[in-house]
Write a protein that binds this ligand. Structure first.
Ligand SMILES: [Zn+2]
Length: 195
């Protein structure tokens, strides 16, 4: 898949989520009768899909555990979805400081095979392959973070505007990424030409 196709597909799915045009579950996305839990689940599935696809452009998401109930836990053990070992601060990657998520999650800390699932504090770091186009990586990272933030606004009893606001920001970022120049750059050029 090309970078253009990836961005265009993601943009279309975001717009569908925002407008509720496409509706696989028989609910209108923004119908007030649709529970936030369903919206949250849809957005999580979408984010998962695009995080996996983003690997093609050098973006990886690695989860690290700062602590757990195991007394022999040291440092930041990591886990990821790619079937390869990526230790915290692995030098093959740029650790941008971008985070897809930070907070509690019911999961199993990878520091020991005998660990049981429990509520842990986890950090999902967004990292870039050193050989990738880092400018594109940064742009996509911000888009994925927006989608992730929309999910964090999709808790029960939270307002819908918070979800939409972040999804719209993701669409605006993608517009700029897809076009040969950003809207802001275009405005600057037109103003200069008209001056
Ligand atoms: Zn641990």
């Amino acid at each position: 898949m090309t970078f253009f196709e990836f961005c265009a597909n993601l943009r279309e799915e975001l717009l569908e989520q925002i407008s509720g045009v496409k509706n696989s579950n028989g609910y209108l996305s923004w119908d007030n009768t649709t529970p936030n839990s369903i919206i949250k689940h849809r957005l999580e599935s979408m984010l998962d899909k695009y995080v996996i696809q983003a690997k093609e452009f050098g973006i990886y998401v690695v989860t690290r555990y700062s602590s757990c109930s195991n007394v022999s836990h040291v440092g930041y053990p990591t886990e990821n979805r790619y079937g390869i070992s990526i230790a915290y601060q692995d030098s093959n990657f740029i650790w941008s400081g971008d985070q897809l998520y930070q907070g509690s999650r019911n999961s199993t800390c990878p520091c020991s095979k005998s660990n049981k699932p429990s509520s842990n504090h986890v950090i999902d770091d967004i990292i870039f392959d050193k050989t990738a186009n880092l400018e594109k990586c940064s742009e996509l990272s911000r888009v994925l973070q927006d989608v992730s933030e929309s999910i964090q606004h999709a808790g029960n009893n939270k307002s819908r505007s918070g979800i939409r606001e972040h999804l719209l920001r993701a669409v605006l970022r993608l517009n700029d990424t897809i076009l040969p120049q950003s809207v802001s750059e275009y405005i600057t050029i037109i103003r200069r030409d008209n001056a």
